[in-house]
Each structure stands twice: as structure tokens, then as C-alpha cells.
Design a protein around this ligand. Sequence first.
Ligand SMILES: Nc1ncnc2c1ncn2[C@@H]1O[C@H](COP(=O)(O)OP(=O)(O)OP(=O)(O)O)[C@@H](O)[C@H]1O
Ligand SMILES: [Mg+2]
Length: 281
Amino acid sequence: MHILALANQKGGCGKTTAAINLAAALAAHGERVLLVDLDPQGHATLGLGHDPAATSARLDTVLLGHEPAAALLLEAPGSFTLLAGGPCLAEFEARAEQGIDASAALARALAPLAERYDWCVLDCPPRADGVLTLNALRACDTVLLVVETGAFALQGALRAREIFRAALESLGRSAANAPRLRVLATLFDRRTRFAREVLVAMHARFGADLFDTAIRSHVRLREAAAWGLPVRELDASCPAAEDFDHLAAELLERAPGAARAVLTPRRRRRRGAVVPRVDKP
Ligand SMILES: Nc1ncnc2c1ncn2[C@@H]1O[C@H](COP(=O)(O)OP(=O)(O)OP(=O)(O)O)[C@@H](O)[C@H]1O
Ligand SMILES: [Mg+2]
């Protein structure tokens, strides 16, 4: 099971939107996917039509080791599985503050599910240092930094990488056992020259650590969240669904042991992916 932590200390940059829609896109590629909502806001849970305040599926009880994760799995629209989060996670944060060593709780809870899923997508809260994000950083094999392609995007991405590297180091995950840090550009408006230039600068700085696929700004993503659906369930042919499809394909090509050929940016572009031309700023 590949474990991806979608993270950024900055709020509102598209982490939850990416988590939901990437999970759905991987599932549409035939992968077995689990999405874990690690945010007390419970937006991924809400965005998949479930109630984050429900008392029946409390992720805190799983993290505290009182219940196996398998007992709380919910079906998400789009043929994948959800481990719901929400306000109950504040309880876990409070218990952790009282001194229990809690940063390995998620890794422990997920271990029995490793054969059941191909991918686990972790939607993190907007911070790098809280116990919930630290759990994600301990459990994951890839940190996917979600970066809004606006003003200061490059500086923001570099800062986020620094902050998350330090957080990983605090967990002793800085050398051979460090997860890979990759950057996903989102909220991209390709009609503006400015956004295109930002993306080119990010490509120049991050190289292969930046996903070729950028997620465009699209109103359908907001509408889908309001309906409690991944965007492909609302409108499978819209550009937003296409972008997540390309992102999933990119992940599948590059996953360890993947059988698929890695496409060049040019071939990716021909298939409709939003990939900037780095040689022409
Ligand atoms: N590519 C996009 N196009 C249009 N709207 C988007 C896109 N990505 C995210 N949004 C919208 O931006 C807002 C913030 O997105 P989202 O909740 O995914 O961010 P977040 O990083 O998870 O926020 P938080 O830090 O609070 O958890 C939401 O209203 C969402 O619908
Ligand atoms: Mg979120």
C-alpha cells in the first residue's frame, strides 16, 4: 500500500479537494483506495457526503487503539473507502498533549489494511507540527505538498518543503527512511501569463519532484464538494476530472514496481495534461 500524505501548513490551498479527487481518480484506474480524513474540520468527510460529527465512526478511537480501523470503514461515492474524520480528532489531539506517545498511532492502525488497499491518501490539517500531521508524516512514503499557483507560490512551496523536512527530521525520518517530498501545483489558471510563469519557475526549482500535471481552477470542483461528491461523479468529462485523471496516471507510472511506461511531458501534453513548457518561459 502506497501512503500519500497531502499536506501544507497553509490553509485553503486545495489539499482536501486534491485528496478526494485523487482518491476517486485512482479508484477509476482500478486501484483499491482508502482515504483517511485526518482533519478535525472533517472537510474530506463532508465532501464525500458523510457527517464529520457522526458518533458512529470515530477515528480517535482507532488512533487510541480502542477499535480496529477495519470496523469503521465507510463507502465513498466513486468506489473507494473512507475513514472519516472530524471534531472527534480534537479529542485525540488533547490526549496526545497529555503525554501519550501518539505519533505512530496511525501507522499502527493502517498496518492491518496494507494488503487490502493499493493506495492510502491522507488528508492532513493545515499545519506541520500538530500530532495529526506528525502521524501522517510517520505513516507515509510520500509527502505531497499541495501548493496554490498564486503569488509567492514558489516561495511558499520552498518554505513548506523546509518546514516539512524539519518535521520529518523531528520524527527521525530524514535519511534513508525519509519519505519522498513532491509538489503538486493546484488552483492553476492557465489563461494568465503570470500563473504560467509561476509554474515554469516551480518546474525549474523542483524538477522531477513537481508533478507534471497541474490542477486547474475549476468551479466544478467547488460544486462537487457542495454535493458531497468527487468531481468525476458529478461531471466525468469536465477539465477538473481530466486533471485528476492525469495526476493519477502519473502516480501509477512512477509507483515502485509499476508496469506502466513513464510518459514524457510532451506525450503527456498530447494526451491533454496541463504540463508547462519549461524551455519557453
Ligand atoms: N482547483 C480548484 N478549483 C476551484 N476551486 C478549488 C480548487 N481547489 C480547491 N478549491 C476550493 O478552494 C477552497 C479550499 O479548498 P480545500 O478545502 O481543498 O483546501 P484545504 O487546503 O484542504 O483547506 P484547509 O487547509 O482548510 O484544510 C474550497 O472551497 C475548494 O472547493
Ligand atoms: Mg482541508
